[in-house]
Ligand binder design. Structure first.
Ligand code: SSA
Length: 424
């Protein structure tokens, strides 16, 4: 959410952000409602002032004048009471619109419609060349007895997965490695739940807009978050922090749930796109300065790259265009990791800087060194998400005999194993 004062003073910049991010919002309507609400509030204040002045006159009034003054006070009280629902309705309607106002992207963000218009920034690592016919993720898993897609589909339906044996250990090793990697860099490890209250999804910016992606538990006021970013972002909601507490950096492990409503037919096989997965999330809450925010953006990106380099996986960094970055972002890069069986890079990480847009809707404020109350800036990036990361991991490190080489960084988490699986 942007500051209403900023919107009033910079309608063109906001209108441009609405345009380039393809947001369905009529800024003219919002500004008109804002003006109407200001006028209504002024009317209410004038009536309250008159009622207060009137109440002061009553004790000093003569017996003849008093009844009229008392009646006037009653009439004003009733008129004010009658205006309350209208005032509350107008405030709520304006807030619902303000929640849809997109953040202003950096000028350096490429303008575009969707992921086709994203820009590749650089490639890292060497693509594998196999002197044998490589298997794809599902073939490796099934030949090694590491998955049971048919059985689990009977239990959980489509886009479900179950990892068996060393593949189950590999998932935990990858998650634990990422948690350690981030903890060693000062990030506070968190193990969070995915069960959240609706307002946490409004706070993070997923609502309004992303409702169809989120599982809702009908009988309870609870929903299943698609990323630990949601619960972590609301941990300090509504509190006044001190600048000494900033920056707060978290490495949050949680389950993540996604309905993937819009993904019909895409990635239906294997581990790329499932309804429930696990993710180690990087989350930063820092001071309200773009320089500080961009410094953290680079750090979060470097962390994810460091994890991929330790996993010895080739990847590329792309900059998301305005149409693919979502309403709240100022800047966003995806990291895509090479998947040999698809002969293409697939998204495995997503790094975002949101300025104070997320903090404003969440009520995340802090007192700076001069005692000024400011909204903080927030950022997030994937540390590692499993099982998607297992796809490039298994495919890039597969060996001629069907076993999988374990990158050195993971061996301590796998009892020192250098190879997974048995020769086929
Ligand atoms: N349906 C899914 N199945 C498996 N992995 C997924 C799924 N959806 C997302 N992911 C993984 O989770 C990562 C982060 O998801 S994201 O929506 O892009 N971004 C976020 O959630 C941010 N909070 C940064 O992590 C993706 O890059 C991908 O690796």
């Amino acid at each position: 959410m942007l500051d209403l004062k900023f919107i009033r003073e910079n309608p063109d910049a906001v209108r441009e952000a609405i345009r380039v991010k393809n947001v369905a919002l009529d800024l003219g309507d919002l500004l008109q409602r804002d003006r109407d609400l200001v006028a209504l509030k002024q009317r209410v204040e004038a009536m309250q002032t008159e009622r207060n002045a009137n109440a002061k006159l009553v004790p000093k009034a003569s017996p003849e004048e008093r009844p009229a003054l008392i009646q006037r006070g009653k009439d004003l009280g009733e008129e004010l009471k009658a205006l309350e629902p209208e005032l509350r309705g107008a405030e709520d309607a304006l807030r619902q619109l303000l929640l849809r106002v997109p953040n202003i992207p950096l000028p350096s963000v490429p303008v575009g419609k969707d992921d086709e218009d994203n820009v590749e920034l650089r490639r890292e690592g060497t693509l594998p060349s196999f002197d044998f016919t490589p298997l794809d993720q599902v073939e490796i898993l099934e030949k090694q007895g590491w998955a049971d897609f048919e059985r689990v589909a009977r239990v959980s339906g489509s886009r479900s997965y179950l990892l068996k044996g060393e593949a189950a250990l590999l998932e935990m090793a990858v998650l634990m490695f990422a948690m350690d990697f981030l903890a060693q860099r000062g990030f506070t490890p968190l193990s969070t739940t995915a069960l959240v209250r609706r307002e946490t999804l409004v706070n993070s910016g997923h609502f309004p807009g992303d409702e169809e992606s989120v599982y809702k538990l009908g009988d309870d006021d609870l929903l299943l978050a698609g990323t630990a970013e949601v619960p972590i972002n609301s941990l300090y909601a509504g509190e006044q922090l001190s600048y000494e507490q900033l920056p707060m950096t978290f490495a949050g492990l949680s389950a993540a749930f996604r309905r993937e409503a819009g993904s019909a037919g895409r990635d239906v096989r294997g581990l790329i796109r499932v309804h429930e997965f696990r993710k180690v999330e990087q989350y930063v809450l820092c001071e309200a300065s773009q320089e500080e925010g961009l410094k953290w953006f680079e750090k979060l990106l470097a962390n994810a790259e460091g994890i991929l380099q330790a996993l010895e996986l080739p990847y590329r960094v792309i900059q998301n265009c305005t149409g693919d970055m979502g309403a709240g972002k100022v800047l966003m890069y995806d990291i895509e990791t090479w998947v040999p069986s698809e002969q293409q890079y697939r998204e495995t990480h997503s790094c975002s800087y949101l300025g104070d847009w997320q903090a404003r809707r969440t009520g995340l404020r802090y007192r700076d060194e001069n005692g000024k109350l400011l909204y903080a800036h927030t950022l997030n990036n994937t540390g590692v998400a499993s099982p998607r990361i297992l796809v490039p991991l298994l495919e890039n490190h597969q060996q001629r005999d069907g076993t999988v080489r374990v990158p050195a960084a993971l061996r301590p988490y796998l009892g020192g194993r250098e190879v997974l699986g048995r020769p086929l």
